[in-house]
Design a protein around this ligand. Structure first.
Ligand code: 9WN
Length: 423
């Protein structure tokens, strides 16, 4: 698609808006009908960014709905179960978080992109009371990360779902060490919606559910769960996303006349943590099992989030340039040269528009305009050719997973569309 195909662009813009409205459940958005019938944390914040392209009130409302589920300890859950729906497993009964937060929810969190999108909303719409009201809740959530998910300055996850990259190779070592004995019998729902070859395996699911059952048994009490925790993997994705979100929150705080000294300290800590995730064996930022100290040895799309975190790394830029020349539909979630690469299986190969947008925003912020623009154009091409799928085969562009997907539509409207102004 060239910039001249204005009719196509207008049609795609209209379709993307239609998808956001289709997935709107009245103040919050589901990722896609059927497969994911609840409000997911980071999907929802990307949805807010997309809504901001045509309806700022609705965008702010999306953020407020997410924070209406914040726990008293500051944690913002990865799923809010506003209304029961049998189409998704595991639902609220399996999580068993009653009494922990104001709404039925999961017991873990997800990548903290909220502050970055709230900053963008506020820059379009200064003077809104919502920005004032959201500052403290955002600060409390970041503080929770620094207290419960930070070791040596790097952010770790206690469940693969927390990272948002469910079956990425980053978790393989720690997952293999779990013996999922005693998991209650369960029926997966995801494979009723999507071909099983595109989803995590049965072995993955047994361990996902085993970890949920452990959290439920311990009442989702962070101190209790930290003792003898069976799964703790430092994640370059979470570390860079929180680092970028802290910079954005500090900018918002300064704009609102708030004290941001505490945030400045967190950024310094996270910068040191990011260095500990540099794996010289692959020449990239990598996941690290905190139980064994072992790196995953995986060049993933999360490795390229360094710029979003504000880390201007020339070594990664050279890697990125080489990758753009080799992968037809970048950015693959796992380097296609890796023997674990699987072009269709979720976070072990496919390209995700949301990750491209985050990488592109970081590149632009660090002054790498040519790379940012190249990635933006190629993401636009991918969506124009293959529509608003959940994710895409990086070698052929073929759509995979769920269709009419909220964050792919939102990324189109806010960033990839040649008419986007939100970047
Ligand atoms: C578990 C909603 C979510 C995304 C995640 C993606 C997938 C859920 C699942 O879907 O995870 O949270 O059941 O597969 O991996 O990033 O937020 O789109």
């Amino acid at each position: 698609m060239t910039e001249c195909d204005l009719n196509d662009v207008q049609a795609l813009d209209a379709r993307a808006r239609e998808i956001l409205l289709l997935n709107d459940r009245g103040g919050y958005t589901v990722p896609t009908d059927g497969l994911y019938p609840y409000q997911w944390n980071w999907d929802s914040m990307v949805a807010a960014w997309g809504f901001a392209a045509f309806d700022l009130d609705r965008a702010w409302q999306e953020v407020e709905r997410l924070f209406s589920g914040q726990w008293p300890n500051g944690m913002v859950p990865h799923i809010l179960f506003h209304r029961p729906d049998p189409g998704y497993f595991p639902g609220p009964d399996v999580w068993g978080t009653a009494g922990r937060g104001p709404l039925p929810s999961s017991g873990i969190t997800q990548p903290p992109v909220a502050a970055s999108f709230v900053r963008r909303l506020w820059e379009k719409d200064r003077g809104r009371p919502e920005a004032e009201a959201l500052f403290e809740p955002l600060l409390a959530w970041h503080r929770w990360f620094m207290e419960w998910r930070c070791e040596g300055g790097a952010i770790f996850v206690t469940h693969p779902w927390e990272a948002g990259r469910d079956n990425a190779p980053d978790w393989d070592g720690a997952m293999a060490a779990i013996e999922p004995a005693g998991v209650q019998p369960y029926t997966r729902r995801d494979t009723a919606h999507v071909d099983a070859s595109m989803r995590p395996t049965r072995a993955d699911y047994d361990r996902y559910i085993w970890l949920v059952e452990r959290g439920r048994r311990l009442g989702w009490d962070e101190a209790a769960m930290a003792e003898g925790a069976p799964f703790r993997v430092a994640d370059p994705g979470m570390t860079f996303i929180l680092m970028g979100a802290c910079r954005d929150l500090a900018a918002l705080g300064r704009g609102l006349g708030r004290d941001v000294a505490e945030i400045g300290e967190w950024i310094g800590t996270l910068e040191r943590g990011a260095e500990s995730l540099w794996n010289p064996a692959i020449g990239a930022y990598d996941g690290r099992d905190l139980g064994t100290g072992a790196f995953a040895g995986a060049l993933t799309n999360a490795s390229y989030l360094c710029w979003l975190g504000g880390v201007d790394d020339e070594r990664m830029l050279a890697k990125f340039d080489g990758m753009l020349g080799r992968v037809p539909y970048p950015v693959a979630s796992l380097d296609p040269a890796d023997p674990r690469f699987d072009a269709r299986r979720y976070w072990r190969g496919p390209t995700w528009a949301i990750m491209n947008a985050l990488i592109g925003l970081g590149l632009a912020e660090m002054g790498h305009a040519a790379q940012a623009q190249a990635l933006r154009r190629r993401t636009a091409q991918l969506i124009a050719e293959h529509a608003f799928a959940e994710y895409f085969d990086p070698l052929t562009g073929a759509p995979a997973g769920g269709g009419t997907f909220t964050w792919t539509a939102a990324v189109w409207l806010a960033w990839a569309s040649p008419r986007a102004r939100g970047a």
